[in-house]
Design a protein around this ligand. Structure first.
Ligand code: ACO
Length: 363
């Protein structure tokens, strides 16, 4: 029996997250991810995934300080970023820069190194924008928590709390999601007892693909097409008849509404800046789900998290070229937690492939 794409195959145990795809529930280490995203900070939820419990007051203070300690870009990394071809996208830059981080503990993955890799991402992005001449490199600030700091470094905009709340919700909701393609990549690399930076590099490479982390950019294209169309339904039909997938719809695990998409939709409903794109997204969602049901009956295709992620980022003036990078900036927490879990009880991943090519006549 061949399980293409390993569909339906369980190959490890985890205490990090549970997805109930039929009921649309997502649990992080015993807590409802939606509640965590509404009531806790990025650092608190990262602590939960890395240590298995929410932090007390002094632990929270510790992790917030650690995030701040690791914000600076080493000189050699600035050189790398400056010397990369201008044509490379931001995910290529993240992949290369993260692969060059000098870890404290290359043999054993640690929380300290996971923080180091997570905390450096905003400066990598800002330095790349600076080296392309798009934005001046901002002064590294120590007064902001991670998500506000990320927003400030990625946009140069002063991060008012009413702006960053929606982003923090998104970044918590996308921190962890079971054995998705990029997390699986991270775990496969970790299973060979390679180091944490190498696992993160594998994961970023997988994240880049349009069927995974690249989807929000496709969602913006879809919304743009819809905004120029006077018949959204036939536009969607034509796309599907050409065999195109509608970006932001469908999910390997959720066969009902993606709870993360629902939570983001709720946040957008409260955000006055979300008006124009959000109403278009709502209209498009209804028509698309109806058309998907007509053309792909019984496949249960609904919006996934990336659909409303695109609307959140659009409302916050985050450039569409940074959507997948923003997803990476949050998912790196889940990746590193999985690497530590993999290494704590390791078996190398080595599935089989059935050979269907020719055999020598003498065989
Ligand atoms: N648009 C049109 N048809 C779709 C879509 C879509 N977005 N998604 C699935 N389908 C169809 C498929 O064509 C297939 O039809 P068939 O039975 O006639 O062959 C059927 O629904 C099942 O789809 P699969 O591709 O087999 O489902 P799978 O679980 O392998 O893929 C995936 C899930 C990759 C997310 C897919 O739904 C997709 O490509 N969606 C668009 C890209 C996207 O939004 N990705 C972000 C996912 S969320 C994340 O990564 C955080």
């Amino acid at each position: 029996m061949i399980y293409k794409g390993l569909k339906g195959v369980t190959c490890t145990e985890t205490t990090l997250s549970m997805i109930d795809g039929e009921r649309g529930k997502l649990i992080y280490a015993g807590y409802d991810a939606r509640d965590l995203s509404m009531n806790h900070s990025f650092e608190e939820v990262a602590y939960l995934l890395w240590y298995g419990t929410l932090p007390n007051e002094s632990e929270l203070q510790w992790i917030e300080e650690k995030f701040k300690t690791h914000r600076n870009l080493p000189h050699y990394m600035k050189n790398i970023i400056e010397n990369l071809p201008k044509e490379l996208g931001i995910l290529d830059v993240l992949r290369t820069s993260i692969s060059s981080v000098h870890l404290n503990s290359p043999e054993i993955p640690t929380v300290e190194d996971a923080i180091r890799l997570t905390a450096i991402i905003p400066a990598i992005i800002a330095y790349r924008l600076h080296s392309l001449g798009t934005k001046k490199f901002p002064t590294i600030r120590q007064d902001l928590n991670h998500v506000a700091y990320y927003y400030y470094m990625a946009t140069g905009i002063d991060p008012k709390p009413e702006l960053t709340h929606a982003l923090e919700t998104y970044m918590i909701l996308t921190m962890e999601h079971g054995l998705n393609a990029s997390t699986f990549s991270a775990r496969v690399t970790a299973s060979s007892e390679s180091d944490l930076a190498s696992s993160m590099t594998s994961a970023i490479g997988t994240m880049k693909g349009p069927l995974h982390g690249g989807a929000p950019t496709g969602v913006i294209e879809l919304l743009n097409d819809a905004s120029h169309s006077n018949n959204i339904k036939s536009m969607i039909r034509e796309k599907m008849e050409r065999g195109e997938k509608l970006m932001g719809f469908g999910h390997r695990v959720y066969k009902t509404l993606d709870p993360r998409a629902e939570a983001l939709k709720e946040i957008l409903q409260q955000n006055p800046k979300a008006d124009q794109w959000f109403s278009l997204a709502l209209e498009l969602e209804d028509i698309a789900i109806q058309t998907l049901e007509e053309l792909k009956p019984g496949r249960n295709l609904y919006t996934n998290v990336e659909y409303y992620a695109a609307a959140v980022m659009k409302a916050l003036n985050i450039d569409s070229s940074l959507f997948t990078a923003t997803f990476t900036a949050s998912r790196i927490v889940g990746w590193s937690a999985h690497v530590m879990e993999q290494r704590s009880n390791n078996t190398i991943f080595r599935p089989n492939a059935e050979y269907i090519g020719p055999v020598p006549t003498t065989f």
